[in-house]
Design a protein around this ligand. Structure first.
Ligand SMILES: Cc1cc2nc3c(=O)[nH]c(=O)nc-3n(C[C@H](O)[C@H](O)[C@H](O)COP(=O)(O)OP(=O)(O)OC[C@H]3O[C@@H](n4cnc5c(N)ncnc54)[C@H](O)[C@@H]3O)c2cc1C
Length: 416
């Protein structure tokens, strides 16, 4: 087995590493200072626009999208080490390179399932980094880790027969429902929501009741009600996580993505790449934590010797290194499987990395917080916010337990 990256990956890696050193890390502090002076904390600091322009100029843009015409044309295995690098500065680098969630997942959905007109209206400006988007599935009133529970109603009003593609059949859809933790929705640049709801709530097949529909943010009846916090953080740089209410929101039937009843399958297709991208970035976060741990350990003295000379600190650092190496190999294997046998064939591995990575990276960040003492939980170092961010990934895109249940059932089935 050859563990080396190919020439294109190596070349992009070295350019991306230089971009991080020259532009991204120095911009972290600048972005915070600029945000403090903005009229609204949800607006985008000017430095983010400058980073985007520079990344685009350097061709470090849309690296996530495997299609060579719309994106960079990289395989998952080629993109994995690049996403890891952007994960070291998770609040800036993914956005700077137009590789940030939830836009990446939304762009993949539009690329795979949208009509030409939908692509022109929404995919092209998203790929150009001119607008942002959000994905609205989770609802406060039902257990949304089971997507068959969602209650938002997408009701047909006028037009042709119900099971056909919305684009061809005319009429409108009227949307009513309440969603929360809709990432990116607080950002005024977020111009469109992909909303999941039920077009056929009484349908026999519970996985064909749902559909996905494009809802422009400025449609009457869309209420971005409030920002939801993450352990008290507002997550401004991610565009926040909003509660969004849809009150009789009327959009043309041509806004439906794919066909009626196809929403569940589209959600599954969206989450495969999204999950591995999160895991790649998490590994980058863990690398940043190890670097911060080592820097602090050599610079600070307690009880007459540097923290780095304490056995327990050495154990934290060694365990973190071992864990990161294990996780990276599993993530790269998963990326390789996705490229060679497809997302379906890599199902077990995608679930394995989604279970293993956030959990392990939370532990690494916790050790780093401990090593920094009070500084670790403070706003003066990135560790507390990174911890909160990594912790949410044990919930977002499916809680650990749901992946464990599904993985275990597949294992057990082989013996029944
Ligand atoms: C920071 C953040 C950002 C998010 N961004 C988005 C977004 O952009 N769009 C969006 O639609 N959603 C988003 N979410 C929501 C996220 O996807 C959901 O929180 C997740 O799917 C779980 O749904 P729930 O919160 O309704 O939990 P529930 O479904 O109520 O589950 C609660 C808990 O029950 C347990 N559980 C559930 N099922 C099982 C089972 N089968 N076996 C064992 N235990 C089980 C698990 O421990 C689970 O954590 C985000 C969440 C966070 C925290």
């Amino acid at each position: 087995m050859d563990f080396a990256f190919d020439a294109r990956t190596e070349e992009l890696r070295s350019r991306l590493l230089a971009f991080m050193d020259e532009h991204v890390y120095p911009a972290e502090q600048v972005a915070e200072e600029q945000r403090a002076r903005l009229a609204s904390p949800w607006d985008t600091p000017a430095v983010v626009g400058e980073l985007k322009a520079e990344a685009r100029r350097q061709g470090l843009w849309n690296l996530f999208l495997p299609d060579a015409e719309y994106g960079a044309g990289l395989t998952n295995l080629q993109y994995a080490p690049l996403a890891e690098i952007t994960g070291r500065s998770p609040h800036l680098a993914p956005t700077a390179t137009n590789c940030a969630a939830p836009d990446t997942g939304n762009m993949e959905v539009l690329f795979q399932f949208a009509t030409e007109a939908q692509k022109k209206q929404w995919l092209e400006p998203l790929l150009a980094g001119e607008i942002r988007s959000a994905f609205a599935m989770t609802e406060p009133d039902v257990a949304s880790s089971d997507a068959t529970n969602i209650e938002t109603r997408i009701a047909r009003d006028g037009g042709g027969t119900s099971r056909s593609s919305g684009a061809e059949s005319g009429g409108d859809y009227v949307i009513n429902g309440r969603k929360w933790y809709i990432s990116g929705a607080m950002n005024p640049d977020c111009a469109v929501f992909i909303v999941m709801g039920k077009t056929d709530p009484d349908g026999e097949d519970i996985r064909r009741q749902q559909s996905m529909i494009l809802v422009p943010r400025d449609t009457p009846g869309v209420e971005v009600r409030r920002a939801m916090q993450v352990y008290g953080y507002e997550d401004h740089s991610h565009g926040g996580h909003a509660e969004v209410v849809f009150h009789d929101v009327r959009v043309p039937a041509s806004n439906l993505i794919g066909e009626e009843g196809g929403g569940f399958a589209i959600a599954q297709a969206r989450l495969g790449p999204g999950r591995i991208h999160h895991c790649m970035r998490l590994i980058g976060m863990a690398e940043r934590a190890i670097e911060l741990m080592c820097r602090r350990a050599v610079a600070r003295t307690a009880f007459g010797k540097p923290l780095a000379a304490q056995g327990v600190v050495q154990n934290w650092i060694a365990d973190a290194r071992v864990t990161v190496e294990q996780l990276r190999l599993l993530v790269l294997k998963t990326a390789w499987l996705m490229d060679t046998v497809g997302n379906k064939g890599a199902h077990t591995e995608i679930q394995a990395i989604k279970i293993a990575t956030p959990r392990a990276v939370v532990d690494i960040l916790d050790s780093a917080v401990q090593l920094y003492g009070a500084g670790g939980v403070s706003q003066d170092f990135p560790l507390a916010e990174l911890w909160a961010s990594a912790r949410t990934l044990r919930l977002a895109d499916g809680p650990d337990e749901v992946h464990q249940r599904s993985l275990a059932r597949r294992e057990i089935k082989r013996y029944v």
